[in-house]
Design a protein around this ligand. Structure first.
Ligand code: HEM
Length: 319
């Protein structure tokens, strides 16, 4: 299993009959074997939370229950990185950047690493008593949901290699489309264990709603500033709706008043409003490329064909 994950993370270089084949391709190198500053920076940023957490652990700064604190922090970073991984495709298409698209596999596998560490910390918190861990996962609904999401991420990580892409052909894309369902399960797991402290869970649900809505746009308008602008209130409304539904169905709190608070800035900006505000960044990012392409008479970046090999180079769980 470890070998498969390592193989997926560092797939062998494509064969060049003249050059000596390198045994592994380091994640900070691009497909041509060149060091990529973008990949190196993104990888460093993605690994930073785990390294900081490890440092805090060594310095005993994680409070009275270090395993539990680290478990929660790793869970948070799993869901954050999963959403970032899913955002790679829209961002790459909006910026018409194959370099950005090529980050998908690396980020997807880093997310899987965080999820596995999250489980490891849970096991540590349970003193590695495996029968007890299995029973807890079976008996506690939020843990069962987390486990299913994690199992799905393992399958996607395992099959993210070029070899599996070739082997599965068109089925590969369908299989990796499951990532949205797994992200929804991850968000649900977040809601279930957040009880009434839902701020970031709603934010995550709103961003996921934006990502799903973007996928539903026709390909030709996915990078069009007007379509992206329309997605901002839609994602905000989806987040507010999910928040309302959660409070109404799962708690005794006044869901109507919480929904109304979205319109009152005296309560500060609610997560649904933040989702809409953040989503406005997308049309702003898309605008320069759209103007450039319009002037060159080639349509919008989303409708322009990706440079040769860009999608194949992207690979990964984040498709
Ligand atoms: C076998 C799989 C998993 C297990 C056993 C597990 C277990 C847990 C536990 C015990 C907590 C802390 C609950 C508490 O506050 O006492 C937690 C929190 C969390 N988990 Fe998981 N989890 C799993 C998979 C996942 C996955 C796949 C994701 C994301 C996609 C995830 C995201 C989170 C998040 C966001 C939190 C909340 C952190 C916070 O309270 O700030 N978990 N999980």
């Amino acid at each position: 299993m470890l070998q498969a994950i390592l193989h997926a993370a560092f797939p062998p270089m494509p064969r060049n009959p003249r050059a000596r084949p390198l045994p592994i391709r380091w994640p900070w190198r691009d497909r041509a074997g060149r060091v990529s500053a973008l990949r190196a920076v993104v990888l460093a940023l993605a690994l930073a939370p785990a390294l900081i957490l490890a440092g805090q652990g060594v310095l005993q700064e994680l409070g009275p229950e270090p395993a539990k604190a680290a478990l929660k922090e790793l869970g948070l970073w799993t869901i954050r990185l999963l959403l970032v991984t899913l955002a790679v495709t829209p961002l790459g298409r909006i910026l018409a950047s194959p370099q950005v698209l090529s980050l998908r596999r690396m980020l997807g596998l880093t997310t899987l690493g965080y999820a596995l560490l999250h489980l490891l910390l849970y096991a540590a918190d349970q003193n590695f008593i495996l029968p007890r861990i299995a029973l807890e996962i079976l008996q506690r609904f939020y843990l069962t949901i987390g486990f299913v999401a994690l199992a799905g991420l393992v399958v996607l990580g395992w099959t993210s290699t070029d070899g599996w892409m070739r082997k599965l052909g068109r089925r590969w894309k369908r299989l990796h489309g499951v990532i949205f369902g797994l992200a929804a399960l991850g968000v649900f797991h977040f809601f279930l264990q957040s009880k009434s402290q839902l701020w970031e869970a709603i934010l995550a649900a709103g961003f996921l709603a934006w990502l799903v809505l973007w996928r539903l746009l026709p390909r030709g308008v996915q990078a069009h500033p007007a379509a992206l602008l329309a997605l901002a209130p839609a994602a905000g409304l989806a987040a507010a709706g999910l928040e309302y539904a959660w409070y109404a169905l799962a708690t005794n709190l006044p869901a109507q008043r919480i929904l109304a608070a979205n319109l009152d800035i005296d309560f500060g900006l609610r997560p649904a409003v933040w989702v809409a505000v953040a989503a406005v960044a997308m049309p702003l990012l898309a605008f320069p490329g759209w103007v450039r392409l319009r002037n060159s008479g080639r349509g919008s970046p989303g409708s322009a064909p990706a440079p040769a090999g860009a999608d194949r180079a992207a690979g990964s769980a984040g498709r």
